[in-house]
Design a binder for this molecule. Structure first.
Ligand SMILES: [Zn+2]
Length: 265
């Protein structure tokens, strides 16, 4: 049976977590990287990861790796200093910093220079923490791909994953040249932007994920829409293998190796 690592899930948002993890483990998910978006999420994911470390039976044998960070779409100004302090205090438990980044896709953000600057500042503060403690970063970016990439380069980060990359191909080329990863989820089965980007990225620098729980609007002929859980990383693999014309086993082998290299396990 093929085993897979889901490199991006929001386990703090999953309802019936025990059940979902048991089901995912049964489907062949061996590990999940649980990323965070704000202070509340960090606390919950730390708890989930600690429970898993204490006893893998709690997660049906599935390993949980932890990402600590504040998402650009989830910034609560009054919580920021506590959030940075929380990341540093718990850095020993964190495998990666994420998900962090820039998101200018919201109309109200595009018109608000102060809000954009706040995102930039929050991103930089967290890259500085990642740099200080030598942690990989999981980067979220929409509508500002170039700036986001350039900031990561400026910090000279060793390891970064541009998660769910669906940006322009010229920036993708620079991401790849810099030795970073791009990741792709179930949307790869139908999203033209996602397919365009991932088809151009070498498999050695690609990760797969689910971003669960997210609703994916699959067309009827592909089984219809569904809310993702970590087991849907198998849909990501399936779409990836088809797109690249590779046997699933072969693709899984490399994608798992990449996940381990990225997380550092
Ligand atoms: Zn996410």
């Amino acid at each position: 049976m093929i085993q897979l690592i889901d490199t991006h899930a929001h386990l703090d948002h999953v309802v019936n977590l025990d059940e979902v993890l048991a089901e995912s483990a049964k489907a062949g998910v061996s590990a999940v990287l649980a990323v965070s978006t704000d202070l509340k999420a960090m606390k919950r994911n730390l708890e989930i990861a600690s429970l898993a470390k204490g006893s893998l039976a709690m997660t049906a044998g599935l390993e949980i790796y932890l990402g600590l960070g504040v998402h650009p779409g989830d910034i609560k100004t009054e919580e920021l200093e506590d959030s940075y302090a929380f990341i540093e205090e718990n850095i020993g438990e964190a495998d990666v910093i994420g998900e962090i980044g820039l998101d200018f896709s919201y109309k109200w953000i595009r018109k608000d220079e102060d809000k954009k600057n706040e995102q930039r500042e929050v991103f930089r503060r967290q890259l500085a923490i990642a740099k200080k403690f030598d942690k990989p970063v999981v980067v979220h970016t929409r509508w500002t791909w170039r700036e986001c990439f350039e900031i990561v380069r400026e910090f000279d980060m060793k390891k970064a994953n541009f998660h769910w990359y669906s940006g322009p191909v010229d920036i993708l080329e620079e991401i790849i040249k810099s030795g970073y990863y791009v990741s792709s989820g179930p949307a790869l089965a139908f999203s033209p932007q996602s397919r365009e980007a991932i088809s151009q990225a070498p498999i050695e620098q690609t990760l797969i994920e689910t971003d669960s729980p997210v609703y994916f609007n699959y067309p009827e002929e592909m089984g219809g829409g569904f809310k993702s859980t970590p087991k849907d990383v198998f849909r990501s693999l399936d779409a990836y293998a088809k797109l690249k014309g590779l046997p699933s086993e072969k693709a899984a082998e490399t994608l798992n190796k990449n996940a381990k290299d990225f997380i550092g396990i």
